[in-house]
Design a protein around this ligand. Structure first.
Ligand code: PLP
Length: 314
């Protein structure tokens, strides 16, 4: 097989773009569109499909025997990779950042249901997973494996994310602002590289701190691109969720019928709306938010916090 059979996977691209309206947007005279990457596929959703696509094509073109990948126990990447590999008949081994497998964890239940083989790594060993010695060990244990890094963040992943703006260019004209969340910043790099110089890309990190700035400088060589990175200062960093964020998820769903995951999209959208409230964007601007999916994170969150659940349908 030299390319993925899209029909078998039932991947829906181009993902649709919808306009959302709220009284704040009206008051500030802004138009906000959302690219529903979350609707690409129920299980292989959002930027996860974009990042897997060329990795999987490479897998088939080179006759590898299995895929090996990595992730945390609630990772959107392991969820999507397990679903894609299962549909395509690819054996999958996942190295997990955990000492033991919680049999009730819904993400792990899902990936096991897709026949993925799970191997636990302590936090210390997990940190060494990208080092040559560990990679050799994987190839010894699993000969002829194709290794997809955590989050699908490699040059194949980047190539896939560059297709998002190619779709947007056909779907929407004259955009001023493009906004999206970031974890490794590979999706943001793909968007920035393919944006026009008169557009500004607002990147909202799901992590505290601005270390992704150097990643973006490295991945986006074109210095004429206009982008800014925001740190997750208010919520305090990766996977930190408070009542303000939960209320925002409810409010946004109520206003737009669009679900947001608590780890990436709810935070990015929250910060985008804070910027809007603070008058950061010129009146008349046309803005596009890229919804990167990850909605299974709601199930993971609800499992961890059964007394303070996110009660939206997705
Ligand atoms: C739903 C979702 N949105 C955004 C991101 C961040 O993407 P990236 O790592 O390319 O910055 C991820 C994963 O890392 C994700 O799962």
């Amino acid at each position: 097989m030299s390319s993925i059979d899209f029909k078998n996977l039932n991947i829906k691209v181009p993902s649709p773009i919808v306009e959302v309206k709220t009284s704040l947007l009206e008051e500030k005279d802004l138009q906000l569109f959302i690219k529903r990457e979350d609707q690409i596929h129920f299980e292989i959703s959002g930027n996860k499909w974009r990042k897997l696509k060329y990795n999987l094509i490479h897998f088939f073109q080179n006759n590898f025997k299995q895929v090996v990948t990595f992730g945390g126990v609630f990772s959107n990447h392991i969820y999507a990779t397990a679903a894609a590999c299962y549909e395509l008949g690819i054996p999958l081994i996942i190295y997990l950042r955990t000492d033991k497998i919680d049999p009730n964890n819904p993400t792990l239940q899902f990936v096991q249901g897709k026949n993925a083989q799970l191997i636990c790594l302590s936090r210390e060993s997990y940190r060494e997973k990208d080092q040559a010695e560990f990679i050799h060990k994987i190839h010894r244990e699993w000969p002829n494996s194709f290794i997809i890094p955590e989050g699908g963040s490699n040059h194949f992943g980047l190539k896939g994310t560059e297709e998002i703006m190619a779709e947007v260019k056909v779907q929407l004209s004259s955009l001023d602002i493009i906004a999206l969340p970031a974890g490794t910043a590979y999706t943001a790099a793909g968007i920035i590289s393919t944006s026009s110089t008169n557009q500004k890309v607002e990147v909202f990190s799901a992590l505290k701190g601005l270390f992704l700035q150097s990643v973006l400088h490295e991945l986006v060589e074109d210095g004429t691109k206009n982008w800014v990175l925001y740190s997750d200062e208010y919520f305090g960093g990766y996977a930190k969720v408070d009542q303000t964020l939960l209320n925002f998820i409810d409010w946004f769903f109520h206003e737009t019928s669009i679900p947001l995951d608590p780890i990436y999209n709810a935070k990015a959208m929250y910060y985008l709306f804070e910027n809007i409230k603070n008058g950061k964007y010129s009146r008349g601007s046309r803005m596009l938010y890229i919804h990167t999916g990850g909605l299974q994170g709601i199930t993971g969150y609800n499992y961890m916090k059964p007394d303070n659940r996110i009660l939206i349908d997705y």
